[in-house]
Design a protein around this ligand. Structure first.
Ligand code: KG4
Length: 336
């Protein structure tokens, strides 16, 4: 059984094929970051147009492979959350292709894709688990009960943590996407030079807020001498602050729900300092930590084709090929 997966939720065009027997057999990704970096963030109109160009280049190549399309059993695509224009490109291509091949189409929630991405190369991950999704567009704590059944426990009340990294990187004169560049700079930072506020730790919920922190750091950068050393100190303290906030909230959620399995996914989970701190944290507190391998942290179609395969196998699909997208599709509500 082969499932073609299409991912176009933001600025990465992904196409993958997951085979029930052999695992991931195709995984192509085209990053648009060079088109967006001069703007310091993703421009939705540019992203949608770029997906349209790129997706046909990928499909054109597959067309030349013998019997490629006839061997596909179903097509899974990211239906949300994401940028409306970008989602519509992937959805329209997926539904048209499914209609012409006469195979079912499976709309996949992008957050569910991320949450299950560690399963691509670690079959020991089982439900239930606590998921921390940290990406450019989302910051969420999720109680994953079973495939397709999730409860949103907390989320950012303003900007996502990846967006915070991108905005601070821009203020420091670094390129988009900012996370990896902040991480490189932080290696030269000195401990304890700055102390940033840790928002939302004194209340009792599981939400996050990063826009006040963003203003605090941007003001600090403006008043600083912008030397390489000071920029590195700021980058290090930004990482330390974020990690402390996440460890605090994750610990609270794990205790509250009495869960033993912790999953951390999304682009920001590629951060090496964060990965190391969570390894130490899980060892010390006896939790099982599951991280997606770095190649699956940022947006990709591998996770979409994988979720598509799980749903197809469980009979969770319909033969309806109507285009469906929901830019705000919440993980709580997967049964549309
Ligand atoms: O999952 P993803 O592709 O999500 C969205 O596009 O929404 O994640 C992209 C985000 C960007 O904000 C990027 O700055 C951040 O992940 N990121 C990182 C690192 N690598 C990527 N943030 C911190 N440290 C990293 N090493």
């Amino acid at each position: 059984m082969k499932i073609l997966g299409i991912e176009t939720s933001c600025d990465d065009t992904g196409i993958a094929v997951y085979d029930n027997k052999f695992g991931l057999i195709i995984n192509k990704l085209h990053s648009q970051s060079s088109f967006h970096d001069k703007y310091g963030g993703v421009v939705p109109e540019i992203a949608a147009r770029n997906h349209l160009d790129q997706i046909f280049l990928f499909l054109q190549k597959f067309k030349n492979k013998q019997n490629f399309f006839n061997s596909i059993d179903s097509i899974a695509y990211t239906a949300g959350p994401g940028l409306a224009g970008s989602l519509l490109v992937g959805a329209t291509v997926a539904c048209s292709l499914a209609f012409s091949l006469d195979v079912p189409v499976i709309p996949v929630n992008h957050i569910e894709g991320h949450l299950l991405s560690p399963m691509l190369d670690n079959k020991n991950l089982n439900f239930p688990f606590l998921g921390l999704l940290i990406s450019g567009g989302n910051t969420q704590l999720i109680y994953a009960k079973k495939i397709g059944v999730y409860e949103l426990l907390g989320k950012t009340l303003d900007i996502a943590v990846g967006n915070l990294f991108d905005k601070i990187a821009k203020a420091l004169g670094l390129k988009y996407p900012g996370g990896p560049n902040i991480s490189k700079l932080a290696k030269f930072g000195r401990n304890g030079i700055f102390k940033f506020p840790r928002p939302m730790l004194t209340n009792s919920n599981l939400n996050f807020s990063f826009s006040g922190l963003r203003t605090f750091i941007e003001k600090l950068i403006k008043c600083s001498d912008k030397s390489f050393q000071i920029k590195s100190d700021i980058a290090l303290e930004l990482e330390e602050t974020i990690i402390e906030i996440f460890i605090f909230k994750v610990y609270r959620a794990l205790k509250l729900l009495n869960l033993k399995n912790l999953v951390i996914v999304g682009g920001v989970s590629a951060n090496s300092r964060l990965r190391n701190c969570f390894f130490d944290f899980s060892k010390k507190n006896n939790f099982n930590l599951f991280l997606a391998s770095k190649k699956y942290c940022t947006d990709n179609a591998a996770m979409i084709s994988y979720v598509g395969c799980l749903k197809f196998r469980s009979g969770i699909y319909s033969t309806n090929t109507d285009v469906f997208v929901d830019p705000k599709w919440c993980i709580n509500n997967l049964n549309r």
